[in-house]
Design a protein around this ligand. Structure first.
Ligand code: 6GU
Length: 237
């Protein structure tokens, strides 16, 4: 039984898309996960296969009909399907690595991709959807967000990542940004590699990398840095 993603979308041809190559693509061909895209329009009932309508209360854009979305969900999830139902929307809770770890450790995901202004609120509530966002910017639909979420999950599935890559996960999980990386040549366009990395002193290399991680986090991500300080002080209190 492999980890299974079912994507409900008006653009099923976008899947697996870029997840058909590289790490995720190899895992897909190896049967370590499944990617099934379903066309929401296939669940429309009228002659014109309508999936959206104008918003009550007026305003711009169109809203996905609750009856069509619900029929698509019923078609994707048989009775007793234990997979979380995630609705990708900029109104959602911010995706983080803890959420990704939680999703990757389960049986898979059912992803609803919104287009238009969104989905009727009543079907979100009736189906107990988990609303998830990638960040504070607006994509033209949930599909690219779904691809990003799936990529983040699939690389954590057993046997997908090599030992070399797994270490990277630990560093972001620790709540710090990664330290900078260098390879040959030792001097390039007049720029030298930090000498400590050529010293062969493993403890000093580790100390330098830690300091670089902390400096980058403090400067670029004060939100992560402050949260780390709070969590750390709680642990030592
Ligand atoms: Cl999940 N959907 C859309 N449409 N835009 C987004 C997003 C999701 N996350 C960030 N921007």
């Amino acid at each position: 039984m492999s980890w299974r993603a079912t994507i409900l979308t008006l653009f099923p041809e976008m899947f697996p898309g870029p997840l058909d190559v590289s790490l995720a693509g190899r895992a897909l061909r190896d049967g370590k996960w499944r990617c099934d895209a379903m066309d929401i329009r296939g669940f429309a009932t009228d002659r014109h296969r309508t999936v959206d309508d104008t918003p009550f209360g007026g305003g711009a854009g169109m809203v996905m009909r609750p009856d069509v979305a619900d029929a698509a969900i019923a078609g994707a999830m048989p009775e007793g399907d234990a997979r979380p139902l995630v609705y990708l929307t900029p109104r959602g809770r911010l995706l983080d690595q803890a959420m990704v770890r939680d999703f990757a450790s389960g049986p898979g995901l059912v992803l609803l991709c919104g287009r238009y202004e969104g989905v009727d609120q009543r079907v979100i509530e009736a189906r107990g959807m988990r609303e998830v966002s990638l960040g504070d910017y607006v994509l033209s639909g949930g599909e690219i967000a779904a691809l990003a979420l799936l990529d983040a999950c699939v690389r954590l599935l057993p046997g997908v990542m090599g030992a070399a890559e797994s270490a990277v996960e630990e560093s972001h999980s620790a709540g710090l940004l990664e330290y900078p990386h260098y390879t040959r040549p030792a001097e390039w366009q007049g720029r030298a590699v930090p000498p400590v990395l050529l010293s062969g002193h493993h403890a000093e290399v580790a100390r330098w990398r830690r300091a670089q991680s902390e400096a980058a986090t403090r400067e670029r991500r004060p939100d992560l840095w402050n949260r780390m300080q709070v969590v750390g002080s709680r642990a030592t209190a």
